[in-house]
Ligand binder design. Structure first.
Ligand code: ARG
Length: 469
């Protein structure tokens, strides 16, 4: 390992090297070293050390002079990190020992007292938990931003007609605002999943030490409070060996990424010349190097794909954790890379999606024309027959099917069938039927709570505006 005499170990030895006589094999170092990944926990590691040092002094486990030195050194390290001059060194293995080694260089002997009543096992459990907690908070903020973009786009289009689909076949007319608001609901549940996960993970593992707790009179409530936790964790073995907080966050991330991928897919479909429902500006599209006419929805496609990495991270950590005996095992060092990657991917996809939603402009004419095609008001005809002629719905459904077949034969849409044609199906049908056969009438009639009638859509927009305010 290192020959740097300023770390807390005797010359030529790793910090943990007291009982070792030989240096580790190069491959041992290569498989063991984690600083390339866990350097992203630097801020969390420093926060944990500051809280721990303050607590040690408060309970008399270290002197206040030593604590002052330690805090001064930690601040200096923080400054070095902010300036980008902190030396992250592979020979010190991970973030904890990099910080401690640097502290030793900066303040000397008192640095060796910081690790009293602490282990890297509870240290990493803390650092990683702090990071995931922040990632959840950041994600919730981003989700809210995306929801606001959806709301802002839904409002002017609360009565913009489009076809509603099932099986991607025209089903019944809906409004574009209503369609966008469906995603506001989905992302709302995503945000609430991240909040729930955060609340469950918000217990502080610091003080569990290696696995069994500490013989020092530590004040775990004090460090928990200083680090913004609701309470200290109640079982030291669980504290150092659980990563379900990360799994839960990753599962919420996976579900959220499926919602992103569905919206992304719709943007891709809507943008095709065949659909022509929306336009995306040049900001979120790319051209082709060979086909000059192309405008490709790359940002949507990449957002659609991110679920691959995110689900992979969830799978990866699940497999790492499966079957691990208590308490800490080094396997758990493999928790961070996938988690970081997943949240990086989610952050990009959420940001790009908010940008695309703000950017997209629907083509009202194309959407309205599509909403009118495909016999989209057939259900409205059936409902009219139920209401006006008191037919049982099944019979009305059958009769409407015959009307659709007739229209198809004549090559017209339902509202274009003459009254004579309709009367041939049932002589009691009157002129009044035409009032329900337009897409606008169809959408406007669906006034049930949560339905697509513009007044319902506006009510939901207003409700969400308040929720998000
Ligand atoms: N780098 C380790 C990790 O990420 C920290 C804990 C190591 N503990 C140990 N006893 N080797 O999990």
């Amino acid at each position: 390992m290192t020959d740097d005499s300023s770390n807390n170990a005797p010359k030529g030895q790793a910090m943990w090297g007291g009982r070792f006589t030989a240096k580790p094999a190069e491959l041992m170092q290569a498989i063991n070293v984690s600083i390339g990944v866990d350097r992203r926990l630097a801020a969390q590691d420093l926060a944990g050390s500051k809280a721990h040092a303050a607590m040690l002094a408060a309970v008399g486990a270290i002197s206040s002079e030593d604590e002052a030195q330690i805090q001064r050194g930690l601040m200096a390290i923080e400054g070095e990190m902010e300036e980008g001059v902190f030396p992250f060194r592979e020979e010190f293995e991970d973030i904890h020992m990099n910080v401690e080694a640097r502290l030793a260089e900066l303040i000397g002997e008192p640095s060796g007292r910081l690790h009293t009543a602490r282990s890297r096992n509870d240290q990493i459990a803390l650092d990683f938990r702090l990071w995931v907690r922040e990632a959840c908070d950041r994600t919730v903020d981003q989700i809210i931003h995306l929801q606001q973009a959806l709301l802002a786009k839904a409002e002017p289009h609360a009565d913009t007609l489009m076809p509603g689909f099932t099986h991607l076949q025209p089903a019944q007319p809906v409004t574009f605002g209503h369609h966008l608001m469906a995603y506001v609901e989905m992302f709302g549940r995503d945000a609430s999943r991240f909040r729930d996960a955060r609340a469950r993970m918000n217990e502080c593992p610091l003080g569990a030490a290696a696995l069994a707790g500490s013989p020092f009179p530590i004040d775990r409530a004090m460090t928990a409070a200083a680090l913004g936790f609701a309470a200290p964790t109640a079982n030291s073995l669980d504290s150092v060996s659980s990563r379900d907080f990360a799994l839960e966050a990753l599962s919420a991330a996976t579900i959220c990424s499926t919602h992103l991928s569905r919206l992304a897919e719709e943007i891709v479909i809507w943008m095709t010349p065949q659909f022509g429902f929306i336009r995306l500006s040049d900001a979120f599209t790319t051209g082709s190097s060979i086909m000059p006419q192309k405008k490709n929805p790359d940002a949507a496609e990449l957002s659609r794909a991110k679920v691959g990495r995110i689900l992979a991270a969830f799978t990866s950590l699940t497999v790492v954790m499966k079957g691990l005996p208590l308490a800490y095992s080094k396997d758990m060092q493999e928790d961070k890379a996938p988690t970081f990657e997943a949240f990086d991917a989610l952050q990009l996809a959420l940001g790009a999606m908010a940008g695309m939603v703000s950017d997209l402009e629907p083509n009202r004419d194309r959407m309205a024309a599509a909403a009118a095609s495909g016999f989209s008001t057939a259900t409205d005809l059936a409902d009219w027959l139920v209401r006006e002629l008191d037919l049982p719905f099944r019979q009305a459904h059958h009769l409407t099917g015959a009307a659709v077949k007739r229209a198809e034969t004549l090559g017209v849409d339902l509202p274009e069938l003459s009254l004579d044609e309709l009367k041939a199906l049932d002589p009691r049908i009157t002129e009044g039927v035409y009032s329900v056969l337009t897409p606008a009438a169809s959408a406007a009639s669906r006034k049930s709570y949560g339905g697509t009638a513009p007044e319902q859509v506006r009510a939901q927009i207003a409700r969400w505006k308040e929720v998000l305010a």
